[in-house]
Design a protein around this ligand. Structure first.
Ligand SMILES: *Cc1c(COP(=O)(O)O)cnc(C)c1O
Length: 424
């Protein structure tokens, strides 16, 4: 499709957008009395209007039923999390039994590594990407030290080549092969938070499995953004947060995936608690743990129902729309944003560079040459919420659920004004 950098053209694209009615389903912050252009759905998704109802329902059940709410609420609390499994399984390409919702992301990665990082004298190394999200780095380093090993011996970071902005799949695959039977675990962010690159999860998983390693994915920036087939790819485990592209609210509850082959086992290493125990025997309060047959066996505490409620509201929207339609709009709107960026770049004579590779989801990371935080602040003051990453990068993620093509056009105009006013 031939794009045009005009308001009319952008409005035309909106008019034919199959998801256009969903924009009305979200609350937008306002700056200068106007709805913002929101590019930070990769950091904290907007609040769906229907979420309030889900939370209010729990609040009023608690008010009216108190402890009886565990069993007699409209959606009983004791197995509320089960309502999320089926729609969530569709989003990540898993079987219903393979997903569960609990805790927060980094917490879940720690719990999952109890089961999936079991170093031996020979096989103890971990492969991850260089400059992984800091929490993931701290998590891996502390896990390694917990096992009495040194991070510098056990953790191998895949580097980008000099002068390149992306990781090459061939470099990841050859490193996996090299480390071979010393490799215990591959754990990478499926979509990199900084440059927006989508890793070839299928090929990397296959390579990791072929040398006998465990393969897990941190899907914080992937879930609700890119197509996932965790089950078909034979991924061992994964975890993600729900507050980025999944719009479930700040710091909200995380999801996990555990491959079917590990389910229903009593002898798997795991940190356990009563909510992982079979429902039928849970309240017999017996001394011996009797694990659920699904990924809920990794649940430890009774679930935070007030956090599950917004996630359920969000999943209902994913269920209505489906990942395919979201991805279709995502591709279209990101391509339009890229076009707008290139047009503006021509008009202001090359001041920035897109560092996101063709393997991308929703996010374009833009390196600003000679422009800096001033421009970022200008955008913010003028109603464009982006985010800033050192040394000189803004990240733009037009979430397909609620961003419009007109937003992309208007952003381009504000960006141009900002660059020109900076140069004066
Ligand atoms: C957002 C993000 C996190 C956040 O972790 P929390 O435990 O939810 O605070 C972790 N890892 C990656 C890769 C992320 O993008």
């Amino acid at each position: 499709m031939q794009f045009l950098n005009t308001l009319d053209f952008a409005k035309q694209l909106d008019a034919t957008d199959a998801l256009k009615k969903y924009r009305e389903e979200f609350h937008f912050p306002k700056i200068n009395g106007e709805q913002v252009i929101y590019f930070t759905g990769n950091s904290l998704g907007l609040q769906p209007k229907r979420t309030q109802k889900y939370v209010d329902e729990v609040m009023s059940d608690w008010k009216e039923l108190a402890v009886e709410g565990h069993f007699y609420s409209k959606k009983p609390w004791w197995d509320y999390h089960e309502l999320l499994a089926a729609p969530l399984a569709k989003v990540v390409g898993a079987q219903k039994a393979e997903v569960s919702v609990m805790n927060a992301l980094t917490v879940n990665l720690h719990f999952l590594l109890v089961s999936f990082y079991i170093p031996t004298k020979k096989r103890y190394k971990i492969i991850c990407e260089e400059k992984a999200f800091p929490s993931d780095q701290y998590m891996l380093q502390s896990q390694v030290r917990f096992h009495g090993l040194r991070p510098e011996d056990a953790i191998i970071e895949i580097k980008k080549r000099d002068g390149e902005q992306m990781w090459r799949t061939e470099d990841v695959l050859s490193k996996i092969k090299d480390v071979g039977d010393e490799l215990a675990l591959v754990l990478i962010g499926g979509v990199n938070y900084y440059n927006g690159q989508v890793f070839d999860m299928e090929a990397i998983t296959k390579a990791g499995k072929s040398v006998g390693a465990m393969v897990g994915w941190d899907l914080a920036h992937a879930v609700g953004n890119v197509a996932l087939k965790l089950h078909d790819w034979q991924v061992d485990f994964a975890a993600w947060c729900s507050y980025k592209y999944m719009n479930s609210g700040p710091g909200n509850v995380s999801g996990i995936y555990v491959n079917q082959k590990y389910l229903g086992k009593k002898d798997i290493p795991r940190f356990e608690g009563w909510w992982g125990n079979k429902k039928e025997t849970r309240f017999l309060m017996q001394p011996e743990f009797d694990p659920l047959e699904n990924a809920d066996a990794w649940q430890v505490s009774n679930p935070p129902v007030l956090s599950l409620a917004p996630y359920l509201a969000s999943l209902e929207m994913f269920e209505e729309v489906g990942m395919e339609a979201l991805i279709k709009k995502r591709n279209h709107i990101v391509a339009y944003l890229e076009f707008i960026l290139r047009e503006i770049d021509k008009e202001v004579s090359s001041t920035f560079e897109i560092i996101t590779p063709a393997e991308r989801g929703c996010q374009l990371s833009v390196f600003l040459h000679g422009q800096g935080k001033e421009l970022f602040k200008y955008l913010m003051k003028n109603g464009v919420i982006t985010d800033w990453r050192e040394p000189n990068v803004i990240r733009l993620a037009p979430a397909p659920f609620y961003c419009s093509f007109e937003d992309m056009y208007r952003f381009g105009q504000i960006l141009k004004e900002g660059i020109l006013s900076n140069e004066q």
